[in-house]
Design a protein around this ligand. Structure first.
Ligand code: FAD
Length: 338
């Protein structure tokens, strides 16, 4: 069944700028639905550098990227935003009354009066290993490039591949969920945190997970869905292991993706905007944060926050052409709830 959502502003991208846009829209009593291709909020901050301190957020001499995301989530709580995570917005249609309909990869449709694209560097796409016919097992047929819901793997026999934090962390986590977990890594040392690598080695020694080093998953097999994978060691020896799921975790790379096909004026893979209100070449669609470009653009979080404030004013005017908006300070009026 199609999941259908109706809102005032659909924000594409749950990075810091998309999240703060919920706050600015909320002050104007506009409801927001936020969609992100990743299974968690925070954009680059959660995906690339959650433990790195940031020093140029006004009012915070230093703050860990992950903590900033948590604070933003707290800050927008009063406005009860709704989220669709782990789904990429693929297509949009402008309707006759000037509103929009958006479609995600997983069939969710969102009706909204305005759109704020806060897509950052684009949606993060998984780096896929070069294994013949791998794509035949995508789409819920046994190959997964990210763990959206660990319960998918309950009581399964799974093989994870990779040597970074994701591969290590999910091996540790899924050891308690899956029936059998095998981590395959092409080297002998890990890129991920030493502490996590230690945990995986301990699980291996305790017989609760299997660690196969200096090896790669080279073949996938199965008729209707995935049934087995072949693991080939660097010395050429191979074993074929029956599995229910194979999870290659080789990192994510950002790609502009479908946003580039929506008829918006672009420049160097970024969306051109009018700095008056960060509107794009299509009325009703705004672009804020790293995804946009204009003379003097700085790809900084604080610049994206400013853009979110002006975007919200622009979206308010687009949605309510006859209403006048008067700026009110939150210090005087508090934070209204929706
Ligand atoms: P992002 O954080 O990129 O989030 C965009 C989100 O949109 C992503 O989660 C993506 O999955 C989603 N998305 C895209 N397309 C779609 C689609 N079609 N459907 C669904 N979802 C989609 N900035 C600073 O100000 N200070 C710093 O100290 C700093 N340090 C940095 C350190 C590193 C290592 C890096 C990589 C960046 C740093 N930056 C820093 C830059 C900062 O992270 C970015 O400016 C910021 O993340 C931009 O936020 P955003 O919300 O625009 O986009």
């Amino acid at each position: 069944m199609t999941n259908s959502i109706s809102t005032d502003i659909c924000i594409i991208g749950a990075g810091p700028v998309g999240l703060f846009a919920v706050f600015e829209a909320g002050l104007l009593k506009l409801r927001c639905h936020v969609v992100d291709a990743l299974p968690q909020v925070g954009g680059q901050l959660s995906e690339i550098y959650p433990k790195k301190p940031i020093y140029d957020i006004p009012g915070f001499p230093d703050i860990l990227a992950g903590d900033l995301v948590q604070n933003l989530m707290r800050q927008i709580e009063p406005f009860h935003p709704t989220f669709t995570l782990g789904e990429r917005v693929e297509r949009l249609a402008k309707l006759e009354d000037g509103s929009f309909q958006l479609f995600t990869t997983d069939g969710t449709e969102i009706f909204c009066k305005a759109i704020a694209i806060a897509g950052g560097l684009g949606s993060f796409e998984p780096r896929k290993p070069a294994i013949e016919s791998l794509e035949n097992y995508e789409g819920g047929r046994g190959v997964y490039y990210m763990v959206r819901d660990p319960e998918t793997f309950r009581d399964q026999r799974i093989v994870i591949a990779g040597g970074g934090d994701s591969a290590l962390d999910w091996t540790v986590f899924l050891a308690d969920v899956a029936k059998e977990v095998t981590l395959v890594h092409r080297g002998t040392t890990f890129r991920g945190a030493a502490d996590s690598a230690e945990k995986v080695k301990n699980l291996h020694e305790a017989g609760r997970a299997r660690l196969v080093l200096s090896s790669n998953v080279t073949h996938v097999h199965g008729q209707d869905g995935l049934e087995a994978v072949t693991i080939t060691a660097n010395d050429g020896t191979a074993e074929t292991l029956p599995v229910d799921s194979f999870i290659p975790l080789f990192g994510l790379t950002p790609k502009l993706g479908p946003i580039g096909d929506w008829g918006l004026e672009l420049e160097d893979d970024a969306v051109k905007v009018n700095t008056l209100d960060y509107s794009t070449s299509v009325p009703g669609i705004f672009a804020i944060g790293d995804i946009n470009t204009y003379p003097g653009k700085l790809k900084l979080i604080l610049c994206g926050f400013h853009e979110a404030a002006l975007m919200a004013q622009g979206a308010f005017k687009y949605i309510n052409p006859d209403k006048k908006y008067v700026l009110k300070y939150t210090t005087v009026n508090g934070v209204p709830t929706l």
